[in-house]
Write a protein that binds this ligand. Structure first.
Ligand code: F6R
Length: 248
């Protein structure tokens, strides 16, 4: 599993942003659309900040970029402060020239019975754009990627899932208490993520060191869904020194 370690999350994030920018420009020069898989949470914030800088200062255009976010809490109103729609607008979309018709984030307001059809349509939408060129990922302390918690199947698709207790505890701060964190989410599956032509998993800080060790060096198991990435030949882990500190 290719692992690249940077001295800090700032330099790591700039290098990931540059790879995204290079991909967009390479495809633009051929008149092609770039299809990006995006993540929320603390991890990609500096990548998005650098993409905004590249847009404002270096003319990087997102006019022909299509995006699919990994996940959204369920239920969740899009205009709620904790929604991933809100997060993505604040951290990226409001500051670049993306066409919001090209932005896709799982809908948090569906009726329960509408969810299976929505999830199937999300998969088909990704395929209709030719699949994801690049998926960026963070990792949860449960070993989740997207919200694929322990027990997720390697061939899983987009679906409604139940969040792990640790994931809800880690989100408690954003919601003002664990009991206010939704118990469910709609997430792309492990299988959905695997179909991306390139996957970059990022992790920063000491608190991710233990799960990074398991993800990179541990036995492949549904107990740590990120271990499935060991089976991919187009994945790279981008870490800061703290997150890499327990690797042998
Ligand atoms: C977010 C997502 C999650 C996060 C993970 C890490 O869209 O799918 O897998 O990447 O929970 O969260 P942070 O970056 O806040 O540590």
């Amino acid at each position: 599993l290719p692992v690249t370690v940077y001295p800090d999350s700032g330099s790591a994030s700039r290098s990931v942003a540059k790879r995204i920018a290079d991909l967009i420009r390479r495809k633009q020069s051929k008149g092609e659309t770039t299809v990006l898989g995006l993540a929320t949470g603390a991890t990609p914030v500096k990548v998005y900040a650098e993409l905004i800088r590249l847009h404002k200062e270096e003319g990087l255009s997102f006019a022909d970029v299509v995006t699919f976010n990994l996940d959204e809490y369920y239920p969740m109103q899009p205009d709620a402060a904790q929604s991933y729609v809100h997060f993505m607008k604040e951290q990226l979309f409001n500051h670049i020239d993306i066409d919001m018709n090209n932005v896709h984030i799982p809908t948090g307001t569906l009726a329960q019975e509408e969810i299976p059809a929505f999830c199937l349509a999300y998969e088909q939408k990704i395929s209709s754009f030719g699949g994801l060129d690049l998926q960026i990922l963070g990792i949860g302390r449960t070993g989740h990627i997207g919200f694929n918690e322990p027990g997720s199947a390697p061939n899983s698709g987009t679906r409604l899932v139940t969040l792990d207790d640790l994931t809800r505890r880690d989100a408690a701060h954003d919601f003002g208490g664990k009991e206010k964190v939704p118990t469910k989410a709609i997430t792309m599956g492990i299988g959905t993520i695997f179909k991306a032509r390139e996957i970059i998993l990022m992790a920063w800080n000491r608190k991710k060191a233990g799960i990074i060790k398991k993800a990179v060096e541990g036995e492949i198991s549904s107990e740590v869904p990120a271990t499935y990435l060991q089976l991919s030949d187009h994945v790279e882990f981008v870490l800061d020194e703290e997150a890499a500190s327990e690797l042998t």
